[in-house]
Design a protein around this ligand. Sequence first.
Ligand SMILES: Nc1ncnc2c1ncn2[C@@H]1O[C@H](COP(=O)(O)OP(=O)(O)O)[C@@H](O)[C@H]1O
Ligand SMILES: [Mg+2]
Length: 378
Amino acid sequence: MGNNDAEQKVNILGLMTGSSADGLDLCLVSFAGRDRSPVYEVLHSQEVPYPKYLQDSFINPLELSDAEIAQLDGELGAWFAAEIAKLKLDFDFIASHGQTIKHEPPNFTLQIGNPAAMADTFNCPVIYDFRTADVEQGGQGAPLIPIVDQYLLQQDNSDVLALNIGGIANLTIVPGLHNSAPVLAWDTGPGNTLMDKAVRLFSQDRLSYDESGNLAAQGKLNLKLLDELLEHEFYQRNPPRSAGQEQFGKTYFQQILKQFYPASDEEFKDLIYTLTVLTAKTITGNINSLSTDYSPTSMYVGGGGAFNKTLMNLLRAELPSIDISEMNREGVNQSNKEAFGFAYLGYLFLSELTANLPGVTGAGKAVMLGKLCKPHRS
Ligand SMILES: Nc1ncnc2c1ncn2[C@@H]1O[C@H](COP(=O)(O)OP(=O)(O)O)[C@@H](O)[C@H]1O
Ligand SMILES: [Mg+2]
């Protein structure tokens, strides 16, 4: 290793489009090395919001027909290529997560955004479909970011928590090198998805989320509703577990509205606050009942939910012994961590290294993740 570092540098453009359907996150990373711990440098990060028709298409993906999915697969891939072209970036590979349409382990998982347009536009290989290989090994195909958390955050002598609050919330426990216990990770339940749906309904689609948690901050807790929502079977499941629109999508939100339909602006704020408390409680409950093999004292939060002050205050109130900060480490922050993560997963693929953590996903064994789409030769 290291005899010719210049030769071993590779620039990978990581692309993430999460379940919130707010847009494309990009992170261009230069990696130098050949093993699991390359030296990295973040060269460029950006968020490109979805145009309204893509946002509307992906907000309730389970309602799409097969024909619509096939059409959107091509349109989204072409949109990715067109948006990336505007940025004039220099990269060797693209690593693209794609937009999740269905996530039904152990049967299948589907992310779309056809890589061919990007491969041809930039004449570069695209690594894509990162989840299927894990599902084929009997795993959940999720979460995949824990190996990235380990790479970024593992300490010598202390255990660390990483929380991502996107549409769904995921928690990773990274043991320090002193601790022989394994990395743990699972989806805790809804992140922003239910709050976002309540805000859209309240604002008749003028708003897509609760800016800074300001609406929630004006609401009161509906304890009866909260107690009912905490009965959801997902929270009783033991890991490995992952969630998506199947558990916390439109159908579930409609059920919530049957339990409590807000009759006034005040009551809407109560609903938004109660859903914010639900997200906080399902996260903190998991942390407060962690096995005594782990003793984390710090937590790094990423994802758009890190901007929700009401939610962050609830987390801090319930976790007094944990130092909670926004993810921010050598160019990786709360906004680009997942796109960075897919660049790193692309690096692992190119280095022919396994990338799933079977203890986390439930897969039978560790395997390489991703497929390669090569450009057509002209
Ligand atoms: N300024 C903000 N205040 C409150 N919530 C925010 C803010 N910015 C983003 N969010 C929340 O974060 C979500 C997007 O988070 P993101 O990490 O992109 O999730 P995903 O990975 O599911 O796309 C938005 O839908 C919204 O709920
Ligand atoms: Mg997003």
